[in-house]
Write a new protein. Structure first.
Length: 385
């Protein structure tokens, strides 16, 4: 129905207002319609705050009786949270119909919220703008199904794929507009990660510095624990926490000094003496980190892409050329040995920002045929049933 699509689109737009503020909760919007007229709407503003459905019901008042609710995510039905179940509130409001974009991947909810509403005599329609709803809450979906954060790799480079001159100069390759957008992206995600090479070369602060948004957790891959005590990531702990993953013992003199200053130090190792990705992501997941932005140099970028941990990539490309192999490459390390195993992007978008280009897309698993990442996510999450 055109009406269902129209109002679900409005619910999705409302849900987006919670971007960067709801983690680890999903972004949810709701619209209530009675006899063809919108009588209430709302969106979830953050943990501990009322759900979108509740806010919309408050706006609608008595007009909610016999009305239709549109929401991009299945209403919750469990009590293991700070707010009461939305299904119970919807039933008490004498709602006639509920239209849902997608099931909630949370096993405490998935399908149960729909069943409870249906058993109470409420007509339930699902799957309206489902692909859009999945994309919106990709971070929440991955976290709920894997207990690992959704990983976005972002980098700024020249047209010939370089991120710095041979001497390490990189400020600034891209335009003010591209850099401003990059800082906004930080404010939308839970954590941002760099390698020790970036710390030593650029001494980044990795802050969003955006009013109304929290700064992300700063994560550093530092096998030898070489992070300087006077680096910004150590001296600005009052602005945002810093977590260092290393292979050095957490009881070492340097580790103890960092921890005394307030830096979190986590020791991980493998046979190669590198910080392994899988335990790193699992640790972040246990901390409630649902999304991770990689802003590393060529080494970190290469390791992440070859390991297959990246879900989405964003490349800001400046109309410049550094014209030589001795300039720092955007992806470094040992190349994949065949085109069949090349890392591919799907559902790509290209747009202009300032004088630069932005190319973004979703990673196709190595060895898998190119296809819609959305349809693959839907299949994996079993959300079409």
């Amino acid at each position: 129905m055109k009406e269902d699509t129209y109002y679900m689109h409005k619910a999705l737009l409302l849900a987006r207002k919670g971007i960067g503020k709801t983690s680890p909760n999903p972004m949810v919007g709701a619209v209530i319609v009675h006899r063809g007229k919108e009588v209430g709407s709302g969106y979830h503003e953050g943990p501990g705050q009322p759900r979108a459905e509740v806010i919309a019901l408050r706006h609608a008042g008595h007009a909610a009786r016999g009305a239709t609710l549109y929401t991009n995510l299945e209403p919750c039905c469990h009590t293991d949270k700070r707010t009461p179940p939305c299904t119970e509130i919807l039933i008490k409001s004498d709602m006639k119909r509920v239209v849902i974009a997608m099931k909630d991947p949370n096993p405490k909810v998935c399908g149960w919220g729909i069943k409870i509403l249906s058993d109470a005599g409420i007509s339930v329609t699902t799957g309206v703008l489902e692909s859009e709803a999945i994309r919106l809450n990709a971070c929440y979906i991955k976290y709920m199904t894997t207990k690992k954060p959704y990983v976005i790799l972002k980098t700024a480079m020249t047209l010939d794929g370089r991120i710095a001159t041979p001497t390490g100069e990189s400020k600034w390759i891209t335009s003010d507009a591209a850099r401003a957008e990059s800082r906004r992206l930080r404010s939308h995600l839970d954590a941002v990660l760099v390698g020790i090479g970036t710390v030593l070369a650029d001494d980044p602060g990795l802050l969003a510095n955006r009013k109304g948004f929290r700064n992300p957790l700063r994560v550093v891959i530092d096998p030898d624990l070489a992070i300087p005590i006077d680096s910004q990531l150590v001296t600005t702990l009052s602005d945002a926490p810093t977590l260092v993953f290393t292979t050095v013992s957490p009881d070492s003199k340097k580790a103890c000094r960092l921890k005394k200053l307030g830096v979190q130090v986590e020791s991980l190792s493998n046979t190669k003496g590198e910080v392994p990705w899988n335990p790193l992501l699992k640790k972040l997941g246990k901390m409630g980190i649902t999304s991770l932005l990689i802003e590393g140099g060529g080494g970190v970028n290469g390791r992440a892409l070859r390991a297959g941990i990246v879900d989405k990539a964003i490349f800001y490309i400046a109309p410049r050329l550094l014209c030589g192999n001795d300039a720092k490459a955007v992806v470094d390390g040992k190349a994949l040995r065949s085109l069949a195993n090349a890392v591919e992007l799907s559902d790509m978008k290209v747009r202009k920002i300032g004088v630069d280009l932005c190319v973004e897309g979703y990673l196709v698993p190595i060895g898998k045929p190119p296809q819609s990442v959305i349809s693959n996510e839907v299949r994996n999450l079993n959300l079409l049933k």
